[in-house]
Design a protein around this ligand. Structure first.
Ligand code: FES
Ligand SMILES: [Fe+2]
Length: 341
């Protein structure tokens, strides 16, 4: 079950540079394209004539031409031309999806088109702001998207999955504070007057103790934003004054492809060391960290596939991830009730 009346990231804008882009989202095959006029379209990837995938056709101007018998479709999904006849039969169309470009990502609305509301797309301004430097990537992950969301929201795995980079059992003593809102979940862990991570201490010129923080916002179904950083201790960073510190934002779009495969689009953004290749190099360790998440989640999926009905025990430290799952489950339940009504 997926939340349908919601925005999912389908790719980086740059993925449209090479013509037709085929991507399955929530088990639905979709073809994305950018016409000569610059407008982006997203169509059901199945021709209404003999079911050829439109993604193996061609982009012609602002339209997609099927690669089997040449029927053409505009971005609304309407068939506009058939090479062998003048008349386009009634009903010759494919489904089109609302699609929006924002912060260099392609966002698609998987539900009822009339309910698509752009204001629900999270604002990840740091992804395309000149005041931020980013490291960007895309991973294809062979696991369920909710278990991959779990690992992003769960910090208790760090000492075990990332022992060389993030591992710090002592920091786990600081319990997360979780705040639930109607369509958002927020989590905060603050480390006042503490030893900040060495990389942050160096970048922020922190002498002695620092105030560091780790916050995330989960926007169901599939978007997460992290706000982490450190400042000289006692300079008001927790209250919003970051003049004496540095900030890193991570944006994660964790889009279900199928029940057991996931698209992960991500950006790591920083407000220091802009245009500094050495800092890029130093922070590219984040890619290694995220690949460690991929490895454990794919290993878990293999066992779940083997033992799909095996029970799992929850422990106290799971409460942020359980709340995230509960929030999404409630939204899916509300959606199914309103569509049944
Ligand atoms: S299957 Fe597409 S034109 Fe025939
Ligand atoms: Fe991790």
């Amino acid at each position: 079950m997926y939340l349908k009346n919601a925005w999912y990231v389908a790719g980086w804008e740059s993925h449209l540079d090479d013509g037709l882009l085929a991507r399955t989202i929530c088990d639905e095959p979709i073809v994305f394209f950018r016409g000569e006029n610059g407008e982006v379209g997203a169509l059901e990837d199945r021709c209404c004539h003999r079911s050829a995938p439109l993604s193996v056709g061609r982009l012609q101007g602002n339209e997609v031409e099927c690669g089997y018998h040449g029927l053409r479709f505009d971005k609304t999904g309407q068939c506009t031309a058939i090479p062998t006849q003048e008349l386009v039969p009634p009903g010759a169309c494919v489904r089109s999806y609302p699609v929006v470009l924002k912060n260099r990502w392609i966002w698609i609305w998987m539900g009822e088109a009339t309910q698509a509301d752009e204001s629900l797309i999270p604002d990840y301004f740091f992804k395309d702001s000149p005041d931020w430097a980013t490291i960007d990537d895309y991973f294809y992950v062979k696991c369920n998207y909710q278990s991959y969301i779990d690992i992003q929201l769960d910090q208790s795995h760090s000492p075990f999955v990332h022992p060389d980079t993030l591992g710090n059992v002592a920091k786990l003593k600081v319990k997360p504070t979780v705040t639930r809102e109607p369509r958002e979940l927020k989590c905060e862990r603050l480390f006042p007057n503490d030893d900040p991570p060495p990389l942050w201490a160096k970048a922020a010129n922190i002498e002695g103790k620092g105030d560091s923080w780790n916050r995330w916002v989960y926007t169901p179904p599939a978007s997460i934003m992290f706000d982490v950083g450190a400042a000289q201790a006692g300079t008001g960073a927790f209250e919003g004054n970051r003049e004496h510190g540095i900030t890193v934002h991570n944006a994660h779009a964790i889009t279900p492809e199928t029940a057991t495969t996931t698209h992960h689009f991500w950006s790591n953004a920083r407000d220091f060391g802009l245009n500094d290749p050495a800092m890029d190099e130093q922070l590219s360790v984040i890619r290694k960290v995220f690949r460690e998440d991929v490895a454990i989640c794919e290993a878990v999926q293999r066992r779940v596939n083997q033992f799909p009905d095996a029970p799992q025990i929850d422990v106290a430290m799971d409460h942020p991830t359980l709340q995230a799952r509960n929030l999404l489950a409630r939204l899916i339940e509300e959606e199914s009730q309103s569509s049944a009504a």
